[in-house]
Design a protein around this ligand. Structure first.
Ligand SMILES: O=C(O)CCC(=O)C(=O)O
Ligand SMILES: [Fe+2]
Length: 431
């Protein structure tokens, strides 16, 4: 338990002293006013991101079932179970103790389902994310810059791990092949923040026809092995293609599938919630037209999404997901692997966000006008918080689990699933 993450809380340790020295060095020339200029959202982001002073996690909302509690957070991280008042929601026909859902009154439409995904399904979804999703025909952050192997980057990496003596495949950068050298490029790395026009039923056809060219390949990318690229995988697209440059969907590329393994989890989560208890009787529950919460048990149908891959040093800046025409229907977000802090704010960055601890298997639903277009971000992935079931190799599924186990030691995966269009709607691609 004397890992670096625990020592950072103890001023007598070298880890603490080193982090403090580093902090004083980097903040030496900073204007005294800079903190005052930050919005509450930005200030919270800075606090949770900081390596020094280490963030105080005592106000983080942690809904882990009692007993399992903080044990899953190895390495000295602590959290609090009762930081924000939550109301329990009855689940349809579910009686097992983990089937609970919580609404957070501070953010109407935010619903948390702790441990909703079973340990076995968590592992199944990790496999699916890496083997089946982070590959052609889906787009990933690395596709812009590298000619990725047809069998998928993960599969090439896993093969090279299993057969280290075979001739290693080398992934070639795109810039050296196409000869396109751009002066300014998006290098592979964190998602870029782009301010985009919120999609809606009226502007949809103009968004559809706006040009969406591929990002220029990085001239600094060099040939490398699949294994050296794997830690740089940041996202893969599922369902309708998402164009990161414009933050709009590119419907002309046709519709990819949201695989059943994910669709089932999302539909079950939405059906598990008694929406009447979330929106009934509140002003947020007024008539919203197409996306009415009263019919979500029948009309919710996921058609797009992103698989986010975070290494423990990665963060996702505060943003609003507003590219979907359905502006209130549930966005279902599944957490896998190491735990993280999600900051959930309001419609502007001026609202003080709620910090929420997300563990492997937790599902978050963002829905309704007060939450679906609220600012949120992930300022911290917590090191050494991989639950023990990721280490075990029992059961028939486990045969070749080793490469996944190794990768997941420093990784969090988030499957972020959206509904772009009302169920049954087919965009007219001749528009
Ligand atoms: O990683 C998460 O929990 C959130 C990801 C997210 O907000 C997004 O993909 O838009
Ligand atoms: Fe998001």
């Amino acid at each position: 338990m004397t890992s670096d993450s625990a020592d950072i809380y103890d001023p007598s340790t070298t880890v603490y002293k080193k982090a403090r020295r580093q902090y004083l060095k980097t903040t030496r020339n900073r204007s005294k006013d800079v903190d005052l200029e930050w919005t509450p959202f930005r200030a919270a982001e800075k606090r949770y991101k900081a390596r020094f002073p280490p963030p105080d996690l005592s106000n983080v909302l942690d809904l882990a079932p009692t007993g399992r509690g903080h044990d899953a957070l190895r390495g000295g991280w602590k959290g609090r179970c009762d930081a924000v008042e939550v109301s329990e929601i009855t689940l349809r026909g579910e009686t097992h103790p983990q089937a609970r859902a919580f609404a957070v009154p501070h953010v109407p439409g935010l619903v948390l389902l702790p441990s909703f995904v079973s340990p076995q399904d968590q592992k199944r979804l990790v496999r699916w994310s890496l083997e089946d999703q982070a590959r052609h025909p889906n787009d990933t952050n690395l596709d812009a810059h590298y000619i990725l192997p047809k069998e998928g980057l993960w599969n090439a990496h896993a093969y090279s791990q299993s057969y280290p003596s075979t001739h290693a495949l080398v992934v070639q950068p795109k810039a050296s092949v196409g000869g396109v050298i751009a002066s300014e490029v998006n290098v592979p790395g964190p998602r870029q923040l782009i301010s985009n026009t919120p999609a809606n039923a009226d502007n949809f056809s103009s968004l559809l026809t706006s040009p969406k060219s591929p990002p220029p390949p990085s001239p600094s990318a060099i040939p490398c092995t699949p294994s050296s690229l794997i830690p740089r995988l940041r996202w893969a697209n599922i369902g309708w293609f998402y164009h990161w440059g414009t933050k709009q969907y590119d419907f002309t590329k046709g519709k990819g599938q949201v695989a059943d393994v994910v669709r089932e989890v999302c539909k079950n989560a939405v059906e598990a919630v008694t929406w009447q208890e979330v929106f009934g009787g509140s002003k947020e529950g007024d008539d919203w037209g197409e996306d009415d919460w009263r019919s979500w048990h029948e009309t919710y149908e996921p058609d797009a999404g992103i698989v986010n891959f975070y290494q423990t040093k990665d963060t996702l800046m505060g943003h609003v997901d507003r590219s979907e025409v359905c502006a209130t229907s549930p966005l279902v977000s599944i957490s896998l692997g190491n735990a993280a802090i999600l900051l959930m704010g309001g419609l502007t960055r001026d609202t003080e966000p709620i910090p929420i601890l997300l563990r492997s298997g937790d599902v978050v639903i963002m829905s309704g006008p007060g939450c679906r277009r609220a600012y949120h971000g992930v300022p911290r992935v917590l090191e050494n918080t991989l639950p023990p079931h990721f280490d075990s190799t029992d059961g028939e599924l486990e045969g070749d689990w080793e490469p996944f186990k190794a990768y997941m030691q420093t990784t969090r995966i988030n499957i972020n699933v959206r509904q772009v269009f009302p169920k049954g709607f087919e965009p007219d691609l001749r528009a």
